[in-house]
Design a protein around this ligand. Sequence first.
Ligand code: NAP
Length: 288
Amino acid sequence: MTEVRGQLLDGTITARALRNEVAREVAELVKSGKNPPHLAAVLIGDDPASHTYVGMKQKACAQAGIVSSIHTLPSSCTQANAENLVKSLNLDPSISGILVQHPLPSHLHETSVLDMVSPEKDVDGICRASLGGLINGEPAFPSCTPAGIIELLDRYSLPIEGKHAVVIGRSIILGKPVAVMLLNRNATVTICHSRTPDIAKHLLNADIVVAAVGKAEMIKGSMIKPGAVVIDAGYNKVEGRKGDVGDVEFETAVKVASYITPVPGGVGPMTIAILLRNTLRASQGRFS
Ligand code: NAP
């Protein structure tokens, strides 16, 4: 008997294509005499992971011809210091987009700092105005990882309308916005979370599964409807195993799914590609 094997949704290749498109558009802008887009990253404190992420984003900007700058504050800074920095970047016409790298030091009220970013420069798409825009169907930058998931589905021509999507996880940066994006594209959406009894029951009806939990290999192939499209946003460290592990048990799920993202190389690379595209659009004064 031939074994069914789902096709890979390759985020590395897809993100590279998107980044190349952005780079071409940036080059055309510059050729036409305009300034390149400029992404300003706000980096507060000395969280090593945040420094690494900002470094990765700067490198990606440079490859796309986007200017980037880092604006740092010490972890001892006050709420006013952080908010004033963001306000000054809002007012700087040379800056197209602002990214406040989170998490912020715990004494700061993170949402209030993020909310200082003007919606026209919120290329990370996570301030409350942007999330409100998403829910109201008004122009706003989409948050990067959820938009990356939708882009991946679109680039593989996988239909969303009329499908039953089950999103596991309801965080404000991932589960909730991706659920709204799927809903806006006319999917029927179920959101599961830590208090959902019997997640397996919901999953067995899912045409599209989005795992956004942060629990290594929680979702097994036996829980997935044959032929479902499986998107695994999870990145988990597991003792004794090299690299990152997804929320989905890949080896069992790939035998049931029609399409599936690997971890790494699935959702992850799409996030930065969308950030670059949002920054380009911000420099053009448009959201989409
Ligand atoms: P988070 O803020 O910790 O949220 C996790 C969500 O999963 C919560 O809504 C939680 O439910 C739910 N959950 C936890 N345990 C569960 C369980 N046993 N059953 C069902 N639901 C459960 O995490 P996040 O920031 O959304 O990230 C989720 C995963 O995506 C992580 O692995 C993260 O590393 C990854 N991620 C990847 C990218 C990327 O690829 N670029 C970006 C962001 C995040 P409650 O709300 O009830 O607590």
